[in-house]
Each structure stands twice: as structure tokens, then as C-alpha cells.
Design a protein around this ligand. Structure first.
Ligand SMILES: NC(=O)c1ccc[n+]([C@@H]2O[C@H](COP(=O)([O-])OP(=O)(O)OC[C@H]3O[C@@H](n4cnc5c(N)ncnc54)[C@H](O)[C@@H]3O)[C@@H](O)[C@H]2O)c1
Length: 348
């Protein structure tokens, strides 16, 4: 199993994307998001996505030459049309515009419609937090989703994730989670590695609980269940509201059959912390709060209570040192893909 460092991951992704016709600037944005996802340990959103992305370029779902457009804009909000450029490119533009507007007016709302897969939401909300903004970001799946409603056994919803962040020096709080029991990519990773799944993630086509990742893909295909197990109506309810905000209010849509799996409707919200509370007071409250939480007596076998986003920062530090292991099957597929788009990754 090869192990690649940050620069190697970026180089391989940028080469493949440019080979597939993506401009150097946009390939850099997408390659950076992919390698960052690998570095924080979310391999399901890392370079293994390149197979899907190049396939979507070939099928015309991703339009590498499209320009992301601002359709409507006032001081406190903007509505963007991604025109099916890469989701990472559109979301990065939304992030920049949202931060600018929140700095000027205190808060800002950004919607992005016609957007491809943006990748890991926590990447964007963390960037906002590092600049002193509290942020929220939700994305829906305007196209086909893989999640059954609570009480249902057929796919009707996306994994509809939400991320919320709050500044805290170099260690911002970054909650970044699906409203389903798992991200679909984690099932795909298990399938590629030949692993079984934890219980409670998926059901097969008849609605039976399954730990076999192949049961999700079929045929006949199964479904991911909403977050919350027996209390899955909570994850289900959250997912529905993310469809309303990310899909219906943004104009991205829901239940669209003209889009592939992975397309996103985006809702972002930014709040400039210092417009609401003095920075020194905010910092002191956050430190008191985090210290109080971490000081709780711990369950057996637990060494430390972690705040949201902390595990990703730890994995990032580890993987910056040791590199990111790429499963043999993923490496084989990437090598093949590089050949297909007229480049090589053997020498990265
Ligand atoms: N663009 C899309 O369409 C899309 C769809 C689904 C998921 N995603 C992305 O997939 C990624 C994975 O989502 P997920 O729900 O599987 O994440 P996850 O279950 O790994 O983590 C969820 C949250 O829990 C926190 N956490 C994890 N372990 C913890 C612990 N021991 N103690 C305290 N906190 C802990 C993490 O910091 C994170 O904020 C996310 O980055 C998400 O944005 C994207």
C-alpha cells in the first residue's frame, strides 16, 4: 500500500484533473480540498473521488469551463449559480463572498445552486473560523440520495451534512457531520478495503439491517439509515430541513432526476464574532467552557474528551508526519485513470 505526503497527493490530483481538461487554477482548488480531506483522515472525500469526478466530466455533469455566477446580491446575502463547475470552486467563491459580507455587515447568508459535490464541509467552515467568524454550512442532495426516511426502506434523501464552526485560535470548534448514520463514501471505502461495516449504518433492499457494504450498492440497492438509530427520526428531521434550506430555498432543488449522485445545494451562514462580543471576552468564555467539558470524569477506556474538529486536527498532525496510506485497489484505479487522461502518477 503506497503512502503519500501532502505534496504528492496534491500533485497526483492536479495532474489527473488537468489531464481531464481542468484549468490549472481550478485543479489547484480541487486538488487542495481532496488532499486536505485525506490529511484529516476523511479518505472518503480524498483523492479516491477523482475516479467519480473524471467520470462526471466525461458525462458532462461537471463542466470544467463554466463560470460561477452571482445571480442576486444584497449587503447581507448572495445567491450564486455554480453552473455545474466543480463544487469546490463554487463553494470557495461562496465562502470568500460570505466572509467579506459578514465582515462588513455582521452576518451573511450565501446560497449556491447548480453546484457539484463540494467535498468536506468542515474545510470551509474551519477556514471561516480561522478568520474570526462563526459559520454554518449545510448541503443537500438535489439529485438521487442514498438515505431512507425514518420508517421507510427506499432511498429518498441525501446524506445531507451540516457543519458548524466557532473560532478558538488554532483549534476552532468544527462540527462536521452527516444527518445520516454514515457518509456514503465511508461505505465505499469499506467496500474497496473488503471490510465489514459497523452495525446500524445500512439496510439491504428489503429493509434488513446489514453490515455488508455491497448491500448498499446491489443490485438491488439498499439504503443508508438516518442518524440516531432507534431515534432516527431526529436525523431524518434534520435531513428534511437541510433539503428545505439547501435545496428548496437555494433553488438547487430536490428530487431532480437530471443530476448525478453527489450534486449539492449549498446554504452557508457567517457571523463576525467581534461584532457581537469583545474578542477577549469571547476567548475567555470559550476556554472556560472547553476546560469544563474536558474536565468531566471519563468512561472506562477513554483517555481524553475531544471537542468537535479535534480528532481531524490530530489526524492531520499525524498524517503530515507519516503520510496517507492509499489502499492498493484505489492506487490501481488512480494509476489507470492517470493513463486514461494522458498522464502518469508513477513518479509523484
Ligand atoms: N458534500 C457532500 O455531499 C457530503 C455528504 C456527506 C458527507 N460529507 C462529508 O463527509 C465527512 C464525514 O462526515 P461524517 O458524519 O462521517 O463525520 P464523522 O462521523 O467522522 O465526524 C462527525 C463529527 O464528529 C466529530 N468527532 C468524531 N469523533 C469524535 C470523538 N471521538 N469525540 C468528539 N467528536 C468526534 C468530528 O470532529 C466531526 O465534527 C464530513 O466532512 C462531511 O462534510 C460531504
Amino acid at each position: 500500500m503506497p503512502s503519500l505526503n501532502s505534496e504528492q497527493l496534491h500533485t497526483l490530483a492536479a495532474r489527473i484533473l488537468q489531464g481531464a481538461g481542468v484549468s490549472a487554477t481550478n485543479a489547484d482548488v480541487v486538488a487542495t480540498e481532496l488532499k486536505d480531506a485525506n490529511l484529516v483522515g476523511h479518505d472518503s472525500h480524498g483523492v479516491m473521488r477523482l475516479m467519480q469526478y473524471v467520470d462526471y466530466i466525461n458525462q458532462g455533469f461537471i463542466k470544467p469551463d463554466a463560470e460561477c455566477e452571482v445571480l442576486r446580491e444584497e449587503s447581507s446575502f448572495a445567491l450564486l449559480d455554480g453552473h455545474f463547475q466543480f463544487g469546490q470552486v463554487a463553494a470557495t467563491k461562496g465562502l470568500q463572498l460570505g466572509i467579506e459580507k459578514a465582515r462588513a455587515g455582521g452576518t451573511a447568508t450565501i446560497f449556491v445552486r447548480n453546484c457539484n459535490h463540494v467535498g468536506r464541509l468542515g474545510s470551509y467552515s474551519q477556514k471561516a473560523a480561522m478568520q474570526g467568524l462563526a459559520a454554518m454550512m449545510c448541503v443537500n442532495a438535489p439529485g438521487p440520495g442514498g438515505v431512507a426516511p425514518f420508517g421507510g426502506i427506499e432511498r429518498r434523501l441525501g446524506t445531507n451534512p451540516i457543519s458548524m464552526s466557532a473560532p478558538r485560535g488554532d483549534n476552532p470548534l468544527v462540527l462536521d457531520m452527516t444527518s445520516s448514520a454514515t457518509a456514503e463514501g465511508k461505505v465505499r471505502v469499506a467496500l474497496q478495503k473488503g471490510d465489514t461495516l459497523p452495525e446500524g449504518w445500512i439496510i439491504d433492499s428489503e429493509g434488513n439491517p446489514s453490515v455488508n457494504p455491497a448491500d448498499l450498492y446491489g443490485p438491488p440497492e439498499g439504503a443508508i439509515v438516518p442518524l440516531g438509530g432507534a431515534m432516527g427520526f431526529k436525523g431524518f428531521g434534520l435531513s428534511v430541513m437541510i433539503d428545505v434550506f439547501g435545496g428548496i430555498l437555494s433553488g438547487s432543488g430536490v428530487c431532480r432526476d437530471d443530476l448525478p449522485r453527489g450534486a449539492n445545494g449549498v446554504w452557508m451562514y457567517f457571523l463576525d464574532v467581534e461584532k457581537f462580543i469583545a474578542p477577549a471576552e469571547y476567548d475567555a468564555l470559550m476556554e472556560t467552557y472547553v476546560a469544563s467539558i474536558k474536565s468531566s470524569r471519563r468512561a472506562p477506556g477513554v483517555d481524553e474528551i475531544l471537542m468537535a474538529g479535534e480528532i481531524e486536527l490530530r489526524r492531520q498532525a499525524d498524517r503530515m508526519e507519516s503520510g496517507v496510506p492509499i489502499p492498493d485497489e484505489t492506487w490501481r484505479q488512480l494509476t489507470e485513470l492517470a493513463k486514461q487522461v494522458g498522464t502518469t502518477i508513477d513518479d509523484v
